[in-house]
Ligand binder design. Structure first.
Ligand code: NAD
Ligand code: ZN
Length: 255
């Protein structure tokens, strides 16, 4: 298995690259991962809060947790890893960025990188398979919208409501037991099926179907490059592994 030089060669040679990122890339921006100590909020585990059942039985509690997460993440900035991926996607056609993260940091990096080059950010925008902390969806009419303002989760009466139908709004994220947005997943899998290389960054690659994006690329013959300080279930399939933090490794790998 190769290291940094092998990884560079694979990514330079490939015309089409699918990139899959997870919570690890944002750990370098200070966003807590679910597995770390900060994943335990008031002793609740994410698996108990990020579910449709939890929201039905206590929407106030679930919104309180999301309001806390939004506040934490809003104070975080994209790191050099996000910036390097955004730059790559603007520089080269044929890059598809797919993320499991809900923190909006890839999008922020894309907007900043495009502005610096006087270009629209479109090619660098990620397919956000698990949704976004900064979008809401109406439980009544299904309408989606961006939402960055404060959330008052002090009582059930103050929770955010739909301007159109008055229905209760929920975070527009994919909860445990819910399907991924079919259109986004289809686009991600199509890109994976055509990719000559797959770059996997900061994900333990155990959460399906997102991890299936990497498997689809492998099945289609793509060379796998992994950036993660720890081995993962994908590591045995990788042609090159960088056992390093994303923020440190990606700028050199993608320059
Ligand atoms: P995960 O299980 O995918 O684990 C994170 C991975 O990142 C691990 O393999 C770890 O070794 C690696 N890692 C840690 N620090 C790294 C670094 N500096 N550079 C590169 N890799 C690093 O993630 P999770 O936290 O268990 O989350 C699972 C799901 O929960 C995600 O798919 C996501 O939907 C959601 N989540 C999102 C965010 C976010 O948006 N930032 C944060 C937490 C959880
Ligand atoms: Zn509505």
């Amino acid at each position: 298995m190769g290291g940094r030089e092998a990884a560079r060669a694979i990514l330079e040679r490939a015309e089409r690259v699918v990139v899959l990122t997870g919570a690890g890339i944002s750990a370098d921006s200070g966003v807590p991962t679910f597995r770390g100590p900060e994943g335990l909020w008031k002793r609740w585990r994410p698996e108990q809060l990020a579910t449709p059942e939890a929201f039905r039985s206590d929407p106030r509690l679930v919104w309180e947790w999301y309001a806390w997460r939004r506040e934490k993440v809003a104070a975080c900035r994209p790191n050099p890893g996000h910036d390097a991926l955004a730059g790559l996607a603007l520089r080269r056609p044929g890059i598809t960025l797919v993320t499991q993260n809900v923190d909006g940091l890839h999008e922020a990096a894309a907007v900043a990188a495009a502005a610096a080059r006087g270009r629209p950010p479109d090619p660098a925008l990620p397919l956000e398979l698990h949704g976004s902390l900064f979008r809401v969806r109406c439980t009544g009419c299904g309408e989606r919208a961006g939402h960055r303002g404060p959330i008052d989760a002090g009582s059930p009466e103050t929770l955010p409501r739909c301007h159109g139908c008055g229905g209760l709004l929920r975070p527009d994220v994919v909860w445990f037991g819910e399907p991924l947005p079919a259109d986004l997943l289809a686009r991600a899998l199509a890109a994976a099926g055509e990719a000559e290389a797959c770059l996997v960054v900061g994900t333990s690659a155990v959460v399906y179907p997102a991890a299936g994006v990497a498997m689809r690329a492998l099945e289609a013959g793509a060379a796998l490059v992994e950036v993660n300080p720890e081995p993962t279930p994908l590591s045995p399939y990788a042609e090159a592994c960088l056992r390093a933090r994303a923020a440190g490794a990606l700028p050199g790998l993608l320059s």
